[in-house]
Write a protein that binds this ligand. Structure first.
Ligand SMILES: C[S@@+](CC[C@H](N)C(=O)[O-])C[C@H]1O[C@@H](n2cnc3c(N)ncnc32)[C@H](O)[C@@H]1O
Length: 211
């Protein structure tokens, strides 16, 4: 079946009022991040940053030297830049397509949530390799995707019936597929867990010997 790209403008209008969901996702991040610490101020990059909410929250958890936020949607990057204007560390906002992102800089945390599931399996592997290649030595990648849980299927089915489902190209991943995609893309999984009944999240590092 042909994939129809999600209308991100429509999504972001909705997210403006959906702080509760962002907070729920942040709780999943804190659980994934527990036990990971850094000995110096870190650099963080968020791929497909949307609101940038989780990067902002990380700046309260860790000492942060720099944040980089990347999204292909112009109004999103504008809003996120405005929202982060009072943040004290160095900031960079990039209006770019991730599939042609070529950055020299390397990061201690590379993360995304709600991104991979909008792409084909081969594109997912490209995006995971991008997370991997942006990692500084000792850095971690954090990736959250929706998973094919009963709650996800119930919730999605309900919204589809109510004509409220807007993620036209979203394909949830089973935990097994997610693990396979991460491992096939040169990441070693350090922690993986179900998050708020509809997503699965993993903390990974670059596998030794991967070029
Ligand atoms: C579900 S939203 C992410 C939400 C985000 N985690 C948050 O907390 O607000 C996915 C985002 O990825 C962006 N995106 C999707 N494909 C992209 C691509 N190829 N390059 C850059 N950004 C992309 C979309 O514009 C959208 O803002």
């Amino acid at each position: 079946m042909e994939r129809v790209a999600t209308d991100w403008d429509r999504y972001h209008k909705r997210v403006r009022v959906s702080q509760r969901f962002l907070w729920t996702v942040w709780r999943a991040y804190t659980s994934l991040l527990s036990g990971f610490s850094f000995s110096k101020p870190i650099k963080i990059i968020e791929l497909g940053c949307g609101t940038g909410y989780h990067t902002l929250q990380m700046t309260r958890l860790y000492q942060v030297a720099k944040v980089t936020l990347v999204d292909a949607n112009a109004s999103v990057i504008r809003d996120t830049e405005r929202r982060m204007s009072s943040l004290g560390c160095e900031k960079e906002f990039l209006l770019r397509d991730l599939f042609s992102l070529d950055l020299e800089e390397r990061y201690d945390i590379v993360h995304s949530q709600g991104l991979l599931e909008h792409y084909t399996p081969e594109e997912q592997r490209q995006l995971i390799r991008l997370h991997r290649d942006l990692l500084a030595p000792g850095g971690i990648a954090i990736i959250l995707v929706p998973t094919t849980s009963l709650t996800y299927r119930f919730w999605r089915g309900l919204l589809e019936r109510l004509n409220q489902w807007i993620y036209s190209d979203e394909v949830a991943l089973s935990r097994e597929e997610f693990v396979r995609q991460l491992e096939d893309s040169g990441l070693e999984i350090l922690k993986i867990q179900g998050c708020h009944l509809t997503e699965v999240g993993a903390v990974c590092r670059r596998r030794d010997g991967v070029k």
